[in-house]
Design a protein around this ligand. Sequence first.
Ligand code: DQA
Length: 143
Amino acid sequence: MIVYVLNGPNLGRLGTREPDVYGATTYDDLVGLCVETGSELGLEVTVRQTDHEGELVGWLHEAADAGAPVVLNAGAWTHYSIAVRDAAAQLRAPWIEVHISNVYARESFRHHSVLSDIATGVIAGLGVDGYRLALRWVADNIR
Ligand code: DQA
């Protein structure tokens, strides 16, 4: 089964970006971790990152058309992008919203997500392990 792991703006800078908040794992490490976890679980994981909103919208359309599950860290778009929400609403398979940091322990503008109420589930604050846990859930619950 193909699973899309889609990342929004600034997540390509993991490792150098605010390491006190997001940890030392680089984006390349994250890709490796997701692909490796996927192969352990029998999933074919495609990991992507973009700083361009339309590109993420296009990838969500692709996942919707494929009927594929998605692990989505939309970064800052989480908090305000109705375009990303509308694209995610078209997904036919379960999808999981992931945040590396605990957004509820941070600035108040991060407490609201325009995605959470339509996501299958949400994982926040567990670092990059959140991606691993999301993939594990997909492997255990979708066949
Ligand atoms: C984030 C949290 C968002 O508030 C922030 O804009 C990000 C990353 C996280 O993974 O913790 O870019 O989604």
